[in-house]
Design a protein around this ligand. Structure first.
Ligand SMILES: Nc1ncnc2c1ncn2[C@@H]1O[C@H](COP(=O)(O)OP(=O)(O)OP(=O)(O)O)[C@@H](O)[C@H]1O
Ligand SMILES: [Mg+2]
Length: 330
């Protein structure tokens, strides 16, 4: 498939003041101006196909926002090549921004003192959007994002959830083929998060917009992303389907079985019995060693089973394991 984004050897190095620790640290830190190099993004390589919806994950300080800033042309890389929809983002920024939309959850792109509607209308001139198309998009986004109740409110008075919806609308009025979202659901309540997710899904599925989003909310990932990339200390640790992540790093699966009667002993060699009470047994097993159907086969050959469920390892726990592995490697 055709790549809309191609990233090769991308790196961003920041020069940061050296910070001493220990007894004389305050004095040393006061008098020295030595600096070290921080590799915020370190040799990234990846490609994204048109129409993909990719989750870009990683712990705090991993380099996610820095990557998105380079991809949107806000930051110039220290090394590497980026090609997005035929453009070099930082060298051809002026023409490039007409093709992309970006929402950085932590700050707004709207005019702080203007009412939302006026702020949005200004964008028609900024992006030179044809009147008819502008009206169509505005009407549709006002409806989908439920912007009506606060169109007349100055941006600075909006709640976080309202502001995020207004920002999303602003990022999309010019029909960008690509949307970059940096923590679009940060700080929102469950209902607001769900509304934003539905909207992102709509854009990707109905309009074919390619989306890259960073988030710390794994429900965003589970509901939206086919593919995820995990970055830490500027390096890509994983790139693939969520399912593959579970296979590679996920913990054990659980099988919960309700027997028809209480058997005195329900141990089997293939799985470990975690709990057994009132005819209900909980087994843990490794997907690499045994399939669920094999295990069920073993059990039903010996006992009468009334009901059973297989539980996948929690993705929250899987991601935690991956982040924690960093502690082992440094
Ligand atoms: N302008 C800058 N000058 C110096 N260091 C910076 C600058 N911008 C980012 N960094 C550093 O680069 C690293 C990566 O930061 P970045 O904002 O990309 O992380 P992130 O993955 O977005 O984290 P978070 O989940 O907290 O948003 C951090 O160590 C950060 O302190
Ligand atoms: Mg960030």
């Amino acid at each position: 498939m055709e790549s809309i984004i191609k990233v090769e050897g991308l790196a961003k190095h920041f020069s940061v003041r050296k910070h001493y620790k220990g007894r004389f640290a305050p004095l040393k830190n006061f008098f020295t101006r030595e600096s070290t190099t921080l590799k915020a993004v370190d040799q990234l390589n990846f490609a994204i196909a048109r129409g993909e919806l990719v989750g870009y994950l990683g712990p705090n300080g991993a380099g996610k926002s820095t990557t998105l800033k380079m991809l949107t042309g806000l930051l110039v890389p220290s090394q590497g090549d980026v090609r997005v929809n035929g453009f070099n983002p930082w060298k051809e920024r002026k023409a490039y921004v007409g093709h992309i939309g970006a929402v950085f959850g932590q700050r707004t792109t709207l005019w702080w003192d203007l009412p939302v509607i006026e702020s949005l209308e200004l964008l028609k001139y900024v992006y030179k959007i044809p009147e008819v198309r502008f009206k169509e998009n505005l009407t549709s986004f006002i409806d989908l994002l439920e912007l009506s109740p606060f169109l007349g409110t100055p941006v600075r008075s909006l709640s976080l959830g309202q502001r995020m919806r207004a920002d999303l609308c602003a990022a999309l009025l010019h029909d960008p083929v690509l949307l970059f979202l940096d923590e679009p659901t940060i700080g929102l309540d469950v209902v607001a998060k769900e509304r934003i997710r539905d909207f992102i899904k709509f854009l990707n599925q109905e309009r074919g917009t390619t989306v890259i989003l960073t988030t710390h909310d794994l429900a965003d990932v589970q509901k939206l992303c086919q593919r995820i990339m995990i970055i830490d200390q500027g390096k890509l640790l994983f790139d693939g389907q969520l399912e593959r992540l579970q296979e590679r790093f996920g913990g054990k699966r659980q099988l919960i079985v309700d027997f028809s009667e209480h058997y005195p002993d329900v141990h089997i060699p293939q799985a470990s019995l975690k709990d057994y009470q009132n005819k209900r047994a909980i087994y843990e097993f490794d997907r690499r060693e045994l399939s669920a159907s094999e295990l069920i086969g073993q059990l039903s050959a010996r006992y009468q089973i009334q009901d059973l469920t297989v539980q996948e390892p929690d993705i929250e726990a899987t991601i935690r394991t991956i982040y924690e592995k960093r502690l082992l490697s440094t």
